[in-house]
Design a protein around this ligand. Structure first.
Ligand code: NAD
Length: 690
């Protein structure tokens, strides 16, 4: 028997302790340990009640996800649960840390639950595209009622012990420091009072009360339609809770199993599982060991308080770091600081932070026009205009001022970081920290490693990215790095197709239906056509729209006209401009159906991703997927462009690209890497240089 199980007998109470670091995941050994331990206590006549507790930092934190997709070795989780529920003595779950997923489902099969105040419980399977498949969708509604169960299971939100106590999910709070003692005392109390063996499966009152009230489910679906769009799991979860209400327990469990198996076999769940692991991979850099010491970052400097600088500063203010904000003149500085304040005040109005929090954060800003004030900063991030000469000038100045060992970062979107670094005497300290707009909101941070960037500088930026709540992805120097580079080709094709006579509204619809929040033209209208077209010297549709003062949603509409409710209709003026530009350029008119629109917009993204890999700009294909998901809201249930490409098949994609190449030119020529992977029958999402 493995030593993860300890069984102790103490004054009539059997204590079964499972110790399987790091999180007591419910893998095979743990399942076996639980059954053996509980059985031992159940068979011992001297034992009147059983406490199930975990050693280490947490109660069973969930299923062992490495077992997913493989047949589960007996005893299955279902067997363990059924066994515990049928023990003829009270079994008490003693919870600390987190009881999530299978962990909570197991606790729900115990007759009683006690938890420390800091514990959290929840059924987060939805985040992996799944549902709790061990009775969770049938038991939780029996305790909390279908409304709360729907909310908790379909959003996956974990709740604290106090909220769980209010809902009846746990029966008692223990003292933070004496869980085991309190659980034993609770057990003795239950024995003394001959408390019943409560089986959640038999508690039908709340589900029966909801019978014949389909509006509970219709309203829930309606309320969440936007958030759930495209995901498979939430709707399956709603169906399970409906089953909990309408069917007897055993039939409900059967229904849950069927729906669970459907999800398990779905592309959406596979994509979400892939994304879950991919997100954890991004910080692994082959030649930089995880234990590389990082530089201490306390004080931060940000140069340029425009669109990006302000948002970047907020990330650091949010973690309590003092930020020195530098601008060219007092006016720009006041404007920048004003925007930060308004953003925080808007959050306070929405109840996301208190007025005191706003002032605390604003109090951490030191606004200045004097570069010399950056001398104390451990990290300086430059976010000035996107011009090489200006950036080099700024880096020359900070080189003279910054303290030794300070990290000098640029937020450039497209410029060559090595060239920027060469304006300093310390290129080893120069890196890219590329945020996405709005910088205080978008979760992607591309950390760009220059030819001479020091390993510890890179490691520090990656770690810091996590500290400010971002997902850091490492890129090498190259035009547009990762996310902008691969997504730019989608924009290029969208514009070209519009010139060929495909309606921008059709293009936007196809992209929306694929799962993006909006299409490229809607996006341009939202960001502002002046922002999109500001560096363009050639006549484009965007520059013409700007010339006619159509800046997008903020002024006179852009590609679309907007009514008072922001409802959009395609603008006849925009269509006229598109026709004019197409005529001037002699663009041939080529209609395209929805399938072709999608292929022409997104297969080139896959192709560009392959080029990014071949050039070593990204370490692994999954980093490209994460960059697109976190930086461009690529739908999670598609897994990102590279994962999605594998679900379609690389051979198909290569063939379509070649056909497009013949019709529209070499921009579509498949990358040699993509061709090779297709020919070898390999998956691109598994590609890694690591
Ligand atoms: P912006 O024009 O809104 O802001 C730039 C700010 O820098 C202005 O307030 C300007 O006064 C200030 N500035 C210019 N020269 C300066 C100097 N020498 N010293 C101090 N301040 C100076 O531009 P932005 O959109 O915030 O872009 C800034 C950088 O971020 C650019 O490199 C851009 O490519 C990059 N970026 C932009 C986005 C985006 O979506 N806007 C996204 C990622 C990266």
């Amino acid at each position: 028997m493995s030593d993860l199980l300890k069984t102790e007998f103490n004054d009539g109470v059997g204590v079964v302790t499972i110790d399987s670091p790091p999180v007591n995941a419910l893998g095979y050994e743990v399942r076996r340990g639980i059954v053996n331990g509980v059985k031992r206590c159940a068979e011992d006549a001297a034992i009147k009640a059983i406490v199930l507790v975990c050693a280490g930092k947490t109660f069973f934190a969930g299923a062992d996800i490495s077992e997913f997709g493989k047949p589960m070795k007996d005893p299955s989780l279902g067997d363990v649960l059924a066994f515990i529920e049928d023990v003829r003595k009270p079994v008490i779950a003693a919870i600390h840390g987190t009881a999530l997923g299978g962990g909570l489902e197991l606790a729900l099969c115990c007759h009683y639950r006690i938890a420390v105040p800091s514990a959290k419980v929840g059924l987060p399977e939805v985040n992996l595209g799944l549902l709790p498949g061990a009775g969770g969708t049938q038991r939780l509604p029996r305790i909390v009622g279908p409304e709360i169960a729907l909310e908790l299971i379909a959003t996956g939100r974990p709740i604290g012990a106090r909220e769980a106590l209010d809902y009846g999910v746990i029966d008692r709070l223990a003292d933070e420091k004496s869980l085991r003692n309190d659980a034993e005392a609770f057990a003795r109390e239950l024995v003394r009072s001959s408390a019943p063996l409560v089986r959640v499966r038999d508690q039908n009152e709340k589900v029966v009360a909801a019978r014949g009230k389909p509006e509970i489910f219709t309203e829930f679906r309606k309320k969440n339609a936007k958030a759930f769009r495209g995901f498979k799991a939430p709707e399956h979860i709603v169906k399970c809770v409906e089953a909990a209400v309408d069917l007897p327990f055993d039939e409900g469990v059967k229904r849950e199993r069927e729906l669970f198996m459907e999800l398990m076999a779905s592309v959406e769940a596979a994509a979400q599982r892939y994304v879950f692991f991919a997100e954890r991979q991004t910080s692994k850099i082959p030649d930089i060991p995880a234990d590389t010491p990082t530089r201490e970052i306390k004080a931060v400097g940000v140069i340029g308080a425009g669109t990006m600088g302000g948002g970047i500063a907020m990330n650091f203010l949010n973690i309590g770091a003092p930020v020195t904000l530098v601008e060219r003149n007092a006016e720009a500085l006041d404007r920048g600081v004003g925007v930060i304040r308004r953003n925080y005040e808007a959050s306070a109005r929405k109840g996301k932070m208190s007025e005191a929090d706003v002032e605390k954060r604003m109090g951490l800003i030191r606004a200045t026009t004097d570069y010399a004030d950056l001398s104390g900063a451990d990290l300086i991030i430059e976010a000035v205009f996107e011009t090489m000469a200006i950036k080099r000038d700024v880096f020359g100045q900070i080189d003279r001022i910054a303290k030794r060992g300070a990290i000098l970062a640029t937020n450039t979107s497209y410029l060559n970081i090595d060239e920027i670094a060469s304006a300093t005497t310390r290129p080893q300290d120069v890196i890219g920290m590329h945020f996405f707009s709005p910088a205080n909101v978008m979760p992607l941070l591309e950390v760009v490693r220059g030819a001479r960037s020091a390993k510890d500088a890179v490691q520090t930026a990656m770690a810091l990215g996590k500290r400010i709540g971002k997902t850091p992805v490492l890129a090498r120097v190259g035009h547009g790095f990762i996310a902008n580079r691969v997504m730019t080709v989608r924009g290029r094709e969208a514009n070209q197709m519009a010139l060929q006579g495909v309606s921008p509204a059709d293009i936007d619809r196809v992209i929306y239906d694929y799962g993006f929040a909006m299409g490229p033209f809607q996006m341009m209208d939202l960001v502002g056509l002046d922002v999109i077209g500001r560096d363009s010297n050639v006549k484009t549709v965007a520059s013409e729209l700007v010339r006619r003062d159509r800046l997008g949603q903020k002024k006179n509409g852009g590609y679309y006209d907007y009514d008072a409710d922001r409802k959009a209709t395609l603008s006849p003026i925009a269509l006229q401009i598109i026709r004019e530009v197409a005529e001037e350029r002699g663009v041939e008119q080529v209609p395209a159906d929805d399938d072709e629109i999608l292929a022409r917009l997104l297969f080139p993204v896959v192709n560009e991703g392959a080029k990014v890999l071949a050039e070593g700009i990204a370490i692994r294909a999954s980093d490209i997927d994460i960059a697109c998901i976190k930086g461009y809201n690529w739908p999670v249930y598609r897994g990102g462009p590279m994962f999605w490409a594998d679900t379609i098949g690389l051979k198909t994609i290569v063939a379509r690209l070649k056909a497009f190449e013949r019709r529209f030119g070499e921009a579509f020529a498949p990358s040699p890497l993509l061709e090779k992977l297709a020919a070898d029958g390999k998956r691109i999402s598994a590609f890694s240089a690591a």
